[in-house]
Design a protein around this ligand. Sequence first.
Ligand code: DGL
Length: 255
Amino acid sequence: MKKTDAIAVFDSGVGGISVLGELRRLLPGERYLYFGDSANAPYGTRPTAEVQALTFAAVERLLWETPLKALVIACNTATTAAVSALRRKYPELIIIGIEPALKLAASRFPGGNIGIMATEVTLREEKLGHLMDRVADHCQIHKIPAPGLVELVEQGLADSPQAEALLSGILGPYVGKLDALVLGCTHYPFASKRISAVLGPGTALIDGGAGTARETQRRLAEAGLVENGPGSLTMTNSAPDPEMLELSWKLLHTF
Ligand code: DGL
């Protein structure tokens, strides 16, 4: 593996661009290859075995495309379903997964009321259960599914009245009741403005993007693989529609 090899960043669609933004801020000298599997999004409503198969197929495609030194699974759902199996299959690759930032939320709001909004897969699998067990003594955790939100973000409607209407239905019962809401899906940070419009300024929004970028930096530094080149980004997406790539660049620049 060489410093000049690329860092692949993968998500079921455009959501992982919220993590890519943090990575580029922290590690600007790297070569990035982003792949969003929008043709198969959403992953979060599928059986876990299907998410695992799609994730493996995406990783094979990325490895075939260019030599990689690291792989960032910028999708909580794919991390939940596949990160352990990926680490077994590719032991030589630095693999970083994203998980809901519950520990960060619990440390900022000890004894607080914390919502975790995520996809069906993330909310039902035992990985989240283990994470919740570790912080359960310190706070009250509320699992909040958000059906339909990923689809709106994929349609470029993250910051729209439609998103706010959907979020009012989902988050209405929690207004005034949460100290923090953990955004446990990488698509959701793009809807932050609308989420805050519903919940109000008293609820902090916390996501795992910056923490994932810091962990990537730590792992690369440990392996002596941080690159300080001019930096570059190749954006790819499985959707045949060129508008998905336009949306991808737009989201990167607005983040
Ligand atoms: N962005 C993904 C996540 O972080 C999920 C989106 C989907 O359901 O495809 O969980």
